[in-house]
Design a protein. Sequence first.
Length: 91
Amino acid sequence: MIPTTIPVPFDHIVFTEFDDREGVLVDLNAKRYYTLNETATQVWRLLEKQRTFAEIVNELTAIYDVTDAHAAASVERLLSDLRMRGLVRHR
């Protein structure tokens, strides 16, 4: 089942990108940082643009040679992890 809500980053999260390939998230409230690989960095950029789950999956399948099902499962895992850490919420 495809989520219909739009995941958005919390305002207290700062994103920095390195070389268009990796990124770092800083949680200013918890004073923690998280590193992002290339794919997670791409997803985070789309979250900042308030893209829907389906739009994120479509973008990933256009960039990478993966199926819709693989991209959807990967995005869901990442979003679940980001929600668990208090980095994104659903709008």
